[in-house]
Write a protein that binds this ligand. Structure first.
Ligand code: SAM
Length: 393
């Protein structure tokens, strides 16, 4: 990500942490620093593809809203001590119509908890990634002392990302002691790295340091505006799944939870399959009728009545439609029985989007049987050669 900082003559907020100070020079990041932090986590999720992600001190859930679009995530959790903040934008975490029209491959549940990052709750066990973005500096000394034992020792996720202000950067801001009135402390790089290395050693993690918000030219020695520690659980520890001493330590209060529609759920999988299969059956029938209208077009209308489901080659069918999409040429062709137009399930299964949803003919049959008419032996989808209201001439 390209990130810039420039000194500008007093122009509004810096990083959402500062009030405008008229007439003074303030540093302005582009993109704003909070977005750079969200982008940093988004990139990390794209790289590591965690299934279970929790954001401690998630505030108004903005980061969760960005992460909910990641297909790899099956459980997305936010925790904050401020219930009003959690509820403020919770509606943004709800599925929208597009989520029903094109359901996700995997189920995803999003849950918001009212609770503290320094309280144990067994529902936070077994996560792949826990993020604590601009959280620790809001903890008083008592809570800061509890934080490692709860997050590293108890929750013990595979990866933890902690971001916090770098106080060495503060002299570049106008009249700044602490960047926010609720901050209990701000650490310089040595303080943060000493704390992080101690915690990592104690709980068998490795830690890597990084940062966001480059200082302007000439001030490089102060380091990044935001300092970041990325903690990874050591392999031997990671292999041992954490077993809660009390399996149902449920301290947090659920304030919101939603499960997204997914193709794992039968009704959405069925819809997805039918939305592929039904148009295709009618497209094949259209091709068939077009073939009949062409001079010399031999078709099933010319076949002897009640040939049975012999799956006789369907001479007038133009296979171009399917050939483009899949490899149905090796599958049985559509055929007619009396005034019925039949498309073998095997042929429908060969459609590129149907195959991954059904895998085999049995599953396809089971999924669509109550929504379409099947041939008497269940091997084909059957529709009338002509709709009742169609004028056949
Ligand atoms: N992480 C969010 C972001 O980057 O946009 C919000 C950061 S905000 C500066 C700090 C958040 O931590 C606030 O929403 C606050 O309510 C929350 N917080 C403070 N102490 C907490 C605790 N002990 N456990 C969980 N959240 C806490």
């Amino acid at each position: 990500m390209e990130e810039n900082s420039v000194l500008v003559k007093c122009s509004g907020m810096v990083d959402g942490n500062f009030e405008e100070v008229l007439g003074k020079e303030v540093i302005k990041f582009n993109p704003p620093l909070y977005r750079q932090r969200y982008q940093y986590i988004k990139d990390l999720v794209e790289l590591h593809k965690p299934k279970k992600v929790a954001d401690l001190g998630c505030g108004d859930t903005s980061l969760l809203w960005i992460l909910k679009f990641h297909k790899c995530i099956e459980l997305l959790v936010g925790v904050d001590t401020d219930e009003d903040k959690l509820r403020w934008k919770e509606y943004k975490l709800s599925p929208v119509s597009g989520d029903y029209i094109k359901p996700r491959e995997l189920t995803m549940t999003v849950t918001l908890y009212h609770g503290s990052a320094v309280e144990r709750d067994s529902r936070l066990l077994g996560f792949d990634l826990i993020t604590c973005i601009e959280l620790i500096e809001h903890l008083d000394s008592k809570d800061l002392a509890k934080f490692p034992e709860v997050v590293f020792g108890f929750f013990s996720p595979a990866m933890i990302v902690i971001s916090t202000p770098n106080s060495e950067f503060n002299p570049l801001f106008p009249v700044v002691n602490l960047r926010d009135s609720d901050h209990k402390f701000e650490w310089n790089r040595l303080q943060f790295q000493t704390w992080a290395l101690d915690v990592a050693r104690l709980y068998s993690y490795s830690v890597e340091f990084s940062g966001l918000g480059k200082p302007p030219a000439g001030a490089e020695s102060v380091g990044y505006c935001t300092q970041i520690g990325i903690f990874r659980k050591n392999r031997a520890e990671a292999a041992e799944p954490r077993v809660p001493e009390q399996p149902s330590e449920h301290v947090y209060k659920v304030v919101y939870t939603v499960t997204y529609p997914s193709l794992q759920q039968r009704k959405y999988r069925q819809c997805a399959v039918l939305s592929e299969v039904i148009p295709e059956v009618y497209a094949m029938r259209r091709e068939h009728l077009r073939g009949r209208q062409q001079p010399g077009g031999a078709c099933c209308g010319d076949l002897p009545e009640d040939t049975g489901y012999s799956q006789a080659p369907f001479e007038c069918y133009e296979p171009g439609l399917l050939v483009e999409k899949g490899s149905p040429e090796k599958t049985p062709k559509p055929f007619c029985v009396g005034n019925k137009f039949c498309v073998p399930l095997e042929r429908l299964l060969a459609l590129p989007r149907v195959k991954p949803l059904c895998v085999n003919v049995e599953t396809l049959r089971a999924l669509i049987a109550d929504r379409v008419t099947l041939s008497s032996d269940g091997s084909a989808v059957e529709v009338a050669v002509h709709d009742e209201d169609e004028d056949e001439d």
